[in-house]
Design a binder for this molecule. Structure first.
Ligand code: S3P
Length: 430
């Protein structure tokens, strides 16, 4: 995909459904009793992998033009898959489904693409094993392919070294099948869609917060059944982030981004935009299916550098590539710290962001847990090596809009993982 500098962006866009929430609707709907009706489901490759996995375990999932119907098999109704479950590029599918699979009376195997199969899985294998699960790495390298055999689970209290919704969710889902209470403490609250949605499905789950530090604990106790729900999936703020950034850094722009989920465990980018001097307003705020939603109005702004660190990091971890692009356009220095988790995403995003922004002429230095960006110098077009990372492709498509000359985004089709219509939406604003 070749992209050149543009004069302005104007118009209104709707954003596809939230990836994290879409995965969870399919998973929880599959192990619930009755029908789960899902509107605005994200038809991205990652979420389609989740659908495929549950179909392989005997769940009927119907796709119509405007909704998905999951005919749940109940908590104990999944069937043994005849083949390896293919999880593609999706860390969320792999880690969350593992929490369900360890509680099943059949064996299963999971495998993904080369990127997925090199991401760390010990982070879920360790707590799940502590609960009594039989889960192993087939190549004994702590990564997928994973092999799971039946076992009896018991509740544990797990203190997670990282704030990760995938780790937390894997443990909580296993907790549905364990004897006694299961709880997970994380150093700061990561996205809480599992807690919110499982509660809607009837699970016995609650969250508590420490008065002494920023830690948060989710507790779950087994229940006899979950019950199917009707869910309207909000627009994904991680996808909206590209248009928020574009609206701020492309001169003479004004973009209205409709129906975006602004759950506080996801909305750190809004705070960062404000800190950088961005002209951003939230309109029409409301709550749908237990999740807060707003329309976001963005106007071009001269941004300035900021510090992004500490407990805000888990609330914007997937937006850091595009925040780095905003920082490149901003006056002064932006420091991103406490974000070592970037190294274990679809690519090592400290490296992919630093390499590609450097190639465009930005003064950027990688650090152990983030980056230092000395913004304000004009960017120039370059060849962007996405390494098949969807968020790198989209973040650098935005950088291309303010760079002199042409930018070539290699393997831009990888946006299909989370936002297949990304380039079409973009065209609407030209
Ligand atoms: C996700 C959690 C985050 C995020 C990922 C989706 C989820 O990962 O980066 O894109 O849906 O639970 P971690 O839990 O590993 O931080």
């Amino acid at each position: 995909m070749e992209i050149g500098k543009i004069e302005r962006l104007k118009g209104e866009v709707s954003i596809p459904g939230d990836k994290s929430i879409s995965h969870r609707c399919i998973m929880f709907g599959s192990i619930a009793k009755g029908i789960t009706e899902i509107h605005n489901f994200l038809q991205g490759a990652d979420c389609l992998a989740t659908i495929d996995c549950f179909r392989r375990m005997g769940v009927q999932i119907d796709e119509t033009d405007d909704k998905i119907l999951v005919h749940g098999n109940g908590l104990h109704g999944l069937q043994a898959p005849s083949d390896t479950l293919a999880v593609g590029n999706s860390g969320t599918t792999t880690r969350l489904i593992s929490g369900i699979l360890v509680g099943q009376p059949f064996e299963s195997k999971l495998s993904g693409d080369p990127s997925l199969n090199s991401r760390p899985m010990k982070r879920i294998m360790t707590p799940l094993t502590e609960m009594g699960a039989n889960i192993s790495s087939v190549l004994r390298n702590g990564c997928a392919p994973l092999y799971i055999t039946p076992s009896t689970l018991h509740g544990i209290h797990y203190t997670s070294p990282v704030a990760s919704a995938q780790i937390k969710s894997a443990i909580l889902l296993a907790g549905l099948y364990a004897e006694g209470e299961t709880s997970v403490t994380e150093p700061t609250l990561s996205r809480n869609h599992t807690e919110l949605m499982l509660r809607e499905f009837g699970a016995d789950i609650e969250s508590t917060f420490s008065l002494e530090d920023t830690s948060a604990t989710a507790h779950i106790r087994p229940c006899s059944e979950l019950y199917g729900q009707k869910i309207m999936v909000p627009g994904d703020i991680s996808s909206a982030a590209y248009f928020i950034a574009a609206g701020l850094i492309v001169p003479n722009s004004e973009i209205l981004i409709k129906n975006v989920g602004i759950n506080s465990t996801r909305a750190g980018i809004l705070k960062v935009c404000e800190d950088m001097g961005g002209d951003i307003s939230l309109l029409n705020q409301r709550t749908i299916s237990g999740e807060p939603i707003a329309d976001i109005l963005v106007r071009s702004s001269q941004l300035h550098g900021t510090i992004v660190s500490g407990e805000i990091i888990p609330t914007l971890i997937d937006e850091i590539p595009v925040i780095a692009v905003m920082a490149a356009a901003a006056d002064g220095i932006t420091l991103i710290r406490d974000a070592a988790e970037l190294k274990v995403k679809e690519t090592d995003r400290i490296e992919t962001v630093t390499d590609n922004l450097s190639a465009m002429g930005c003064d950027i230095t990688a650090t152990e847990d983030g980056m230092i960006i000395n913004g304000g110098a004009p960017l120039h077009g370059a060849t962007i090596h996405t390494l098949l990372d969807h968020r790198i492709a989209m973040a650098f498509s935005i950088a291309a809009l303010i760079a002199e000359g042409t930018t070539n985004i290699l393997d831009s089709k990888c946006v299909d993982v989370s936002y297949p219509s990304f380039y079409d939406t973009f065209e609407k604003l030209l």
